[in-house]
Design a protein around this ligand. Structure first.
Ligand code: 5RP
Length: 231
């Protein structure tokens, strides 16, 4: 069973949580894209929902599927957000931002009464940090901000390097908000809450990819023979 099959299985379970009339936050990434495709099928069969997309890529995908959209200005409170993650630990703490959408993803998740993570079970970890932690920073003063982030790491008992993200063509990645992404290659994050507080104290940091106390549940799919088992 391939990773896309597992992502689809998790997305299929998440679609069953969607009820008529719901205001939805809609995540970003390949697992969220599988959710959008399945949600589109239900919408075309008559389900009436309104979604707030967490990225321009998701907005385009939702429009293609005929999913009705709104902004958070028009609809500041949401019932349910479904989104992927790069890592999930046993306390439902997450690393997100592999797709550079962490700022909008966090705003949307926090505006939502419930956030459910969908992923293949390879995203489940004992300790966060093997996946590089994305930090979204303002372009102004990025050199100084990078230094300050390095200092914040030491203060939070983390070691590792801070690397500006580039795309496959070697161009610096810019988020939908026009900011840069620093990837923090740490290996492990012993105290995510301490690191979160230190990062937020750095001027120039717009948001970081630690989602702490935000997710309510995780739907994780793993292979058992030819079947996907979702838990
Ligand atoms: C985007 C994200 C994604 O949810 C995360 O990277 C997981 O992506 P995928 O479902 O493709 O594995 O945080 O910013």
């Amino acid at each position: 069973m391939s990773a896309p099959d597992l992502k689809r299985a998790a997305a299929a379970r998440a679609v069953t949580l969607v009820e008529d009339g719901m205001r939805l936050g809609i995540g970003t990434g390949s697992t969220a894209a599988a959710f959008v495709a399945l949600l589109g099928e239900r919408v075309r069969a008559g389900l009436d929902v309104v979604g707030v997309p967490t990225s321009e890529a998701t907005r385009v995908a939702c429009e293609r599927e005929g999913i009705r959209l709104a902004t958070l200005e028009e609809m500041p409170e949401l019932d349910l957000t479904i989104d992927g993650a790069d890592e999930v630990d046993g306390d439902l703490r997450l690393i997100k931002g592999g797709g550079a959408a962490l700022l909008r993803e966090k705003i949307v998740a926090v505006a939502s009464a419930r956030m459910v993570v969908i992923a293949d079970a390879s995203k489940r970890v004992e300790t966060l940090g093997a996946f590089p932690l994305p930090v979204e920073v303002n372009l102004f003063g990025i050199g100084a901000t990078t230094r300050a982030v390095e200092k914040a790491l030491a203060e939070a008992s983390c070691t590792g390097e801070v690397v500006r993200r580039h795309d496959v063509s070697g161009r610096p990645v810019l988020t939908d908000g026009g900011h840069a992404i620093l990837d923090l290659r740490l290996g492990r994050i012993p105290d995510p809450e301490a690191l979160s507080a230190r990062l937020w104290a750095v001027p120039g940091v717009v948001e970081h990819g630690l989602f702490l106390g935000i997710a309510d549940a995780a739907i994780l799919a793993e292979a058992a023979g030819d079947e996907a088992v979702v838990s």
